[in-house]
Design a protein around this ligand. Structure first.
Ligand code: ADP
Length: 300
């Protein structure tokens, strides 16, 4: 009576486990109320034993989780809507931003000497404002796209990915005069573009947040752990105060103004999202003035 017809099979499995003396915990399913309406419940069932240890029955607790399920579904829907909104807004903003950039560049070129000092500066503000917004929109798009990652199990040579990242960052490496070293990296069960995105963000941060008072060094390493590879990107830059080691992974969280260091505060959020989609973890170890090491794990 309690079981909806499509759930009757569940009982056989549950009883088999109870006969083996196992406990069934937080088993989420659906049961029927007296009035016939269906209810989301969470079951916890334990075997009951007599003095000789023989299983003679079972005790069962069923919790009504309808409200929690409803809230979960609502949160899921709201997240999906927000994600869709961020994607559409950032996508639609690309075109007008590009126009502002292009036409302010054209104006600067055409008017060149005819502009008074201040007017030239105003135009430069328009151009740099549009460039910053363009970067923000590009990063926001990359962030929303990272929610659609579905690990496929393809294998990628991390050495090749790192070398492609260093090629892309050649300009920044030259400008910062950084010495980059790396361990021999493994093959990982990960899409190449996703690993590229993580390493590019971490290495470019290591270059950007360098300490001007000493030669910049960056080391990309990897240690084999029991069931995962633990990658690290270590720098000798300005470091991060302990109270910010977790918050820097939040969306838009930055510890500096755009005048001090350019950026959008999205890079580490993208890294965290990708790593977590692959079932891994990312964190920072750092000491102000000494440098930072970002570590992330990839299962497999
Ligand atoms: P962005 O670099 O665009 O600001 P991120 O999400 O990549 O955004 O980083 C968030 C913040 O974390 C940065 O603004 C910076 O304050 C801090 N941070 C990231 N990487 C480092 C690093 N290697 N050394 C010091 N601070 C860092």
């Amino acid at each position: 009576m309690l079981m909806p017809p499509d759930r009757v099979d569940e009982e056989t499995g549950i009883l088999a486990r109870i006969r083996r003396g196992e406990r069934v915990e937080h088993f989420e399913t659906i049961r029927r109320r007296k009035d016939g309406r269906l209810l989301d419940i969470s079951l916890t069932i334990s075997p009951v034993k007599d003095v000789d240890g023989t299983i003679v029955g079972a005790s069962k607790i069923a919790r009504n989780i309808t409200e929690r399920k409803r809230v979960d579904a609502e949160i899921h829907r709201a997240n999906r809507d927000l994600e869709q909104f961020a994607f559409s807004a950032s996508h639609d903003l690309q075109e007008p931003l590009r126009n502002i950039k292009i036409y302010s560049e054209l104006l600067m070129k055409r008017l060149g000497d005819r502009l008074a000092g201040e007017e030239h500066e105003f135009l430069r503000f328009v151009h740099s404002g549009a460039t910053r917004m363009e970067n923000l929109v590009t990063d926001l798009l990359a962030y929303t796209r990272s929610s659609q990652i579905h690990p496929t199990g393809t294998s990628t040579d991390a050495n090749e990915v790192l070398s492609a990242v260093l090629d892309t960052l050649a300009g920044a490496i030259r400008d910062s005069n950084a010495a980059i070293s790396s361990d021999k990296l493994p093959e990982v069960p990960m899409n190449e573009a996703h690993l590229f995105q993580i390493l590019q963000n971490l290495v470019s941060n290591a270059l950007k947040y360098r300490d001007p008072n000493r030669p910049t060094t960056v080391h990309v390493g990897c240690e084999r752990q029991v069931s995962c590879n633990e990658f690290s990107v270590a720098d000798n830059g300005i470091g991060i105060a302990p109270q910010y080691k977790e918050t820097i992974f939040e969306l838009f969280k930055r510890l500096h103004t755009a005048d001090q260091y350019s950026g959008t505060g999205i890079g580490l959020s993208i890294c965290q999202r990708i790593v977590e989609r692959y079932g891994g973890r990312i964190w920072a170890e750092s000491e102000v003035g000494k440098g930072s090491t970002f570590r992330f794990t990839i299962t497999g």
